[in-house]
Design a protein around this ligand. Structure first.
Ligand code: ADP
Ligand code: NA
Length: 332
């Protein structure tokens, strides 16, 4: 049996969005409980699978660290660190490159989306990304990974890699990790296109709500969000063919810490003209304190460096003995 250990990460590939907050960060915070180990990582090695301007990457890493802490990830209760500072990730990542199969990688929808039609020109790292992600998780023998819906396929691949490693070497070494995809907003959609997810990595979509946005920007983005002319229905069934409306209801529910059903019951028959200002008010009340705290934390980069260095020491203390055993199993 493997003791419960939680691991997750976010790429410092842009400013964090409301999607990252509701699908990931908020849930990282909720999982900090006595007796549960929580390990959270800024996965900068993943960020460079697509081009990152070095100065921006550095800035975004500070910003992401500040966002984690401002949202409530407490370095005294959780391990918070940079992937690139703990070399076990890339070492185990290479071993997993040799366990995973090309065909598995080629089936990843994120690879297909991000590489697009011009996959000949995509980096090798982008293709191998899910094997490194498996290493991020399994370097700690993590049993549970809180993520948004978009990461489900990568967690399944992590399970496949763990099982193949265990089978190939005849060991019961790695746990078969469970994804934890919970809450009302496991997939926050773009505010201008209800069929695409809100992403910090899509520079063409300016409709996304960033954790650094002020109250006016948030209100304006919600006011401009694409909707349909119908009022809110009185049951969730009535939102089946209305992705944009469903998205706003989900966002409201997740921000309020309630269910989409409860929101639809409360606002049955309301027009978006009245629902949107309520949503904006709620979003501002939740996000403003986070933004303020982020700005405060960002003033002291030396303190962030200190916290991340301490986190990487603690992460390394867990991962290194596991990696030593992996080398032994592999015959090295
Ligand atoms: P992004 O796609 O915004 O660059 P990452 O790949 O760094 O984000 O993912 C960080 C975490 O945020 C993952 O757990 C991912 O599932 C979650 N996440 C990203 N976008 C969304 C979204 N639109 N809705 C819910 N969760 C999301
Ligand atoms: Na993603």
């Amino acid at each position: 049996v493997f003791p419960t250990r939680i691991f997750s990460g976010i790429q410092p590939s842009g400013g964090l969005t409301l999607g990252n907050y509701l699908g990931a960060l908020k849930r990282f915070v909720e999982m900090q409980k006595d007796g549960v180990e929580t390990i959270y990582c800024l996965v900068d090695m993943h960020a460079i699978t697509v081009w990152q301007d070095p100065a921006k990457l550095r800035q975004q890493t500070y910003e992401a660290a500040a966002a984690f802490m401002a949202a409530g990830v407490d370095p005294a209760r959780s391990i918070l660190f940079n992937q690139s500072q703990v070399t076990a990730h890339v070492e185990l990542g290479w071993i997993f490159n040799c366990v995973a199969r090309m065909g598995w990688m080629g089936r990843m929808t994120q690879w297909k989306d991000k590489a697009g039609k011009n996959s000949e020109n995509a980096s090798l790292g982008l293709f191998a990304y899910p094997a490194l992600m498996a290493a991020d998780i399994l370097a700690y023998k993590a049993t549970h990974v809180p993520v948004g819906e978009d990461q489900k396929q990568h967690i399944e691949l992590t399970r496949d890699i763990a099982q193949k490693f265990n089978n190939d070497y005849g060991v019961n070494f790695f746990p078969v990790t469970e994804p934890v995809i919970e809450g009302a907003a496991t997939r926050v959609m773009s505010l201008r296109d209800g069929t695409k997810k809100m992403s910090k990595s899509d520079p063409s979509d300016q409709s996304r709500i960033n954790l650094t946005d002020d109250a006016d920007a948030i209100a304006q983005k919600i006011r401009k969000a694409k909707t349909d002319p119908e009022p809110l229905p009185d049951t969730l069934d009535g939102l089946k063919e209305r992705p944009e409306a469903r998205n706003l209801v989900n966002i409201y529910a997740a921000l309020a810490g309630t269910s989409a059903e409860a929101v639809v019951t409360e606002y049955a028959g309301a027009q978006f003209g009245s629902f949107k200002p309520k949503l904006a008010e709620l979003a501002v009340s939740v996000l403003s304190p986070i933004t303020t705290e982020m700005n405060r934390l960002m003033q002291d980069r030396a303190e962030i460096d200190r916290i991340l260095a301490d986190g990487s020491d603690r992460a390394d203390a867990i991962a290194r003995p596991i990696l030593d055993q992996v080398y032994d199993i592999v015959g090295m």
